[in-house]
Ligand binder design. Structure first.
Ligand code: PBG
Length: 329
């Protein structure tokens, strides 16, 4: 029998150029979104202990930070407010002249082309740390929370936010926010819904940064149960029906299967949020010399892209952008 070499595998991985030629998934700096925690005042930089390299910044410092991020090719940020004053209903979160609207105005004035996403939730603004308002017995009240979120969304849009990103997980909030935005003349502002948000241990460091740890109970009543994926698809479809323009899966690495299924099931951009606890794991291992941070992070990010994320929200955004620029040289 004649041996023909067509059946013999030839490895297409021998050189960097050959690997690049046949690469199936790509990561660019403009697919990364950097979270940014804003605090009141000027000249304030407060390191977040459980997230080395991340700081809570006053608006002037945030602008400096963004200046260096812009230089390495980042084109999008996700803003969180960390206010001084909190109350039972999160009043400071909906104030049209509050911390986040001020930050949005200042940032857009300096960087008109930067995509400014505004996270929308009450937990950073409530004294009890829950994502909604409470009944006398301490239950999170879904429907009364919707009107508050809708007001917050309009304040952010009026300040110039490019994307409204509700992260509270109340039922019906996308419809309520869409309605309010349309009514206020912001029908062109898209909603990125944290549609698939699990009740996760990986949000711990974020809650240190934002001071948003619930004072009692937990978020399992409104965030998703980690073993469930069918429910994730249902949440995603409900949010699309309500008018979400983009969907998010969060956290990222423990939920790559969920991300893959959500992406396959819908026809809108899907984001993955590689959250604070995921960042903290990489940092802790790297600081101990147990992992090569750059290689491990880039492997994780391309894995998140491969699983289906169109873009990734990550505290490593600036590092990754810098590493990508170095690789391209
Ligand atoms: C607010 C919100 C949280 C995160 C993003 N938006 C915290 C939470 O749900 O407790 C977590 C992000 C992170 O861990 O990096 N609801």
């Amino acid at each position: 029998m004649e041996m023909h070499s067509g059946s013999r595998p030839r490895r297409l991985r021998r050189t960097p150029a050959m690997r690049a030629l046949v690469r199936e998934t790509h990561l660019n700096a403009n697919q990364l979104v950097a979270p940014l925690f804003i605090v009141p005042g000027t000249n304030v930089r407060i390191p977040v202990t459980s997230m080395p390299g991340v700081e809570n910044l006053s608006i002037d410092q945030a602008i400096q930070q963004i200046t260096s991020w812009w230089e390495v090719g980042l084109r999008s940020v996700l803003l969180f407010g960390v206010p001084d004053e909190k109350d039972a209903v999160g009043s400071t979160g909906t104030d049209p002249d509050g911390l986040i609207p001020q930050a949005i105005r200042a940032i857009k004035a300096r960087f008109p082309a930067l995509i400014v996403m505004a996270d929308l939730c009450l937990c950073e603004y409530t004294d009890h740390g829950h994502c909604g308002v409470l009944s006398d017995s301490g239950e999170v009240l879904n429907d009364p929370t919707l009107a508050i979120l809708a007001r917050g969304a309009v304040s952010y849009a009026a300040a110039g936010a490019d994307v409204i990103a509700p992260s509270d997980m109340m039922d019906g909030r996308v419809a309520a926010i869409r309605h309010a935005l349309d009514h206020a003349g912001f029908s062109d502002i898209p909603i990125l819904s944290y549609a698939v948000k699990y009740a996760s241990a990986f949000y711990g460091p974020f809650r240190d940064a934002a001071g948003s740890t619930p004072q009692f109970g937990d978020r399992r009543g409104y965030q998703m149960d980690p073993p469930n994926v069918r429910e994730a698809l249902k949440e995603a479809m409900l949010d699309l029906d309500e008018g979400a323009d983009m969907l998010m899966v969060k956290p990222a690495l423990p939920y790559l299967d969920v991300l893959h299924q959500v992406k396959a099931a819908c026809d809108v951009p899907v984001a993955a949020y590689c959250v604070s606890g995921e960042y903290a794991m990489f940092k802790a291992a790297a600081q101990n010399g147990w992992l090569d941070e750059r290689r491990a992070v880039m492997e994780a990010l391309i894995g998140i892209r491969r699983a289906g994320a169109d873009f990734i929200i990550t505290y490593h955004a600036a590092d990754a952008a810098r590493w990508l620029a170095e690789d391209a040289r």
